[in-house]
Design a protein around this ligand. Structure first.
Ligand code: ZN
Length: 418
């Protein structure tokens, strides 16, 4: 048996092991919150069923990606591996190959594609536990388009009118929404230009995939331009990251994980999927809880189930939450730096032992704080910056000239400071 497959099976059986009582109580508490508190209201609207994309990197294991990074149910992996031909194909997944998948609103896998080369691959469709495998042979074409426009009502409305986006306007608007707080800061008359990578297959009418490569947004409330670097994060022309650096855990020492993050955990009694949306760390009452990144305190409150809790917004759609606290050390609206003490851990609310429940969310979607790829640096290193600036020289220069024209034309001045 190849190591990846062995790891898949080992991991799957570990995942299915019933959890302890403490974890159970926390799950009930969280489920209760989903139903009766606006603290979790965001969970009612799960992610849309878009195709997710992933390029296999050196050292990746399918089992690891499947459960930790993509948060797909292990049962679907079993269904695939039970088909000998599919297992054969999947055990030959190698670095550079491209995987795509689509899940429904509850995180169940609907379809998986593996591109063994740019125009050939396999597609699996899962319907009520039944597996259908088909070979793919497509002609794929990549294009880069630049579009520009002005906000009248919203960015997505402005993009919807642009045929060159190949019908992918909503996806691009959503990507921009993750990078800039447009929901609150976009204003009528704001101007933007976007650089978008589009992929077409065969002679299909719409684009098969679209991805934002760069943008220049000049608005009344917010003016930013940035482009995507090799690491998939966005940086300004000066190499400053759009995301604050994040620490992995919000405390100084090491504490045992008493209950891991798991969107698909099966309840040992009801058999239903009972998500655990954060990571629980067993720690003594009164342990100092530290801000993992720069941010603004959004909420300090008490809930019968969550206990004393704190919510911090870190920008770009990132948010962290801290439950069952003994005491908060911050006030709503307060700005925090990485390492600032925000609270003392406790055992408040419905909790069976003293622990910290720590959550990380991106645009309302819970991420595993222990495995999520976190923004770790504030700016590019000099050699990276040179590479980045070369890559986007034409794009950034173009806008340099346009800004100059805009300044001359209407007296508006953009803030270019990095
Ligand atoms: Zn928890």
């Amino acid at each position: 048996m190849v190591p990846a497959l062995a790891a898949a099976i080992a991991l799957a059986s570990w995942w299915w092991a019933p959890s302890g009582d403490a974890a159970l109580m926390t799950d009930r508490a969280l489920l209760g919150l989903i139903e009766d508190s606006d603290l979790y209201a965001v969970d009612v609207d799960p992610a849309p069923t878009v195709w997710e994309h992933y390029t296999i990197a050196q050292g990746d294991s399918l089992a690891n990606l499947w459960t930790n990074q993509w948060q797909l149910p292990e049962a679907a992996l079993y269904t695939l591996l039970n088909d000998p031909r599919s297992a054969d194909i999947l055990r030959q997944v190698s670095p550079g190959q491209h995987l795509e998948w689509r899940a429904d609103g509850e995180g169940s896998l609907l379809a998986l594609r593996l591109w063994t080369d740019p125009s050939k691959g396999w597609e699996w469709n899962l319907r009520s536990g039944q597996l259908h495998r088909t070979a793919l042979t497509y002609e794929r074409n990549l294009h880069q388009v630049a579009v520009r426009g002005e906000i009248r009502t919203s960015l997505s409305a402005a993009l919807a009118e642009m045929p060159s986006l190949g019908g992918r306007a909503q996806a691009i608007a959503a990507e921009m929404g993750e990078l800039l707080p447009l929901a609150s800061k976009a204003r009528k008359g704001d101007r933007f230009s976007l650089l978008v990578d589009l992929e077409y297959i065969d002679d299909a009418e719409g684009a098969y995939a679209a991805r934002l490569a760069g943008f220049d947004y000049e608005g009344e409330q917010i003016s930013v331009r940035a482009a995507r670097f090799d690491d998939d994060r966005f940086y300004t022309p000066e190499g400053k990251s759009l995301l604050p650096g994040f620490r992995r855990t919000p405390f100084n020492s090491e504490y045992r994980i008493s209950s891991p993050f798991n969107l698909h955990r099966h309840h040992p009694i009801t058999g239903r999927v009972t998500p655990h949306l954060g990571t629980d760390f067993a720690m003594p009452v009164g342990t100092r809880v530290l801000a993992p990144a720069k941010g603004v305190v959004r909420t300090v409150s008490y809930h019968p189930l969550a206990g004393r809790f704190v919510v911090i917004d870190h920008g770009q759609g990132y948010q962290t939450r801290y439950l069952h606290l003994q005491k908060a050390q911050v006030r709503p609206g307060q700005e925090v730096k990485p390492g600032d003490v925000i609270a003392l851990s406790g055992n408040t609310g419905r909790s069976t032992g003293s622990h910290l429940h720590y959550e990380l969310r991106l645009n309302g979607r819970p991420l595993n704080p222990m495995t999520a790829s976190l923004p770790s640096r504030e700016r590019l290193q000099p050699d990276e910056l040179r590479r980045f600036q070369n890559q986007y020289a034409a794009y950034f220069d173009l806008h340099e000239q346009e800004s100059a024209t805009a300044v001359a034309g209407n007296g508006n001045r953009r803030d270019n400071a990095g």
